[in-house]
Design a protein. Sequence first.
Length: 72
Amino acid sequence: MLTAESGELALQQLATNDVWVLFTDQRMPGMSGIDLLETTSQRYPEVVRVIVSAYSDTPRILDALRRGHAHE
């Protein structure tokens, strides 16, 4: 299992490791989890993407699901 403290560090992990599933929080330092999912879906479409959050930002999360950036 790999961990990263920010979206930018997660992208570095994705670039240098075989990752099959990405779990991200919606809110984190730097880029948002939704932005991380969008970038990941473009660069690494084979990675399963899951977002979790303690915050309710329903419109943004639903948009990410509709656009295929995260799995429901």
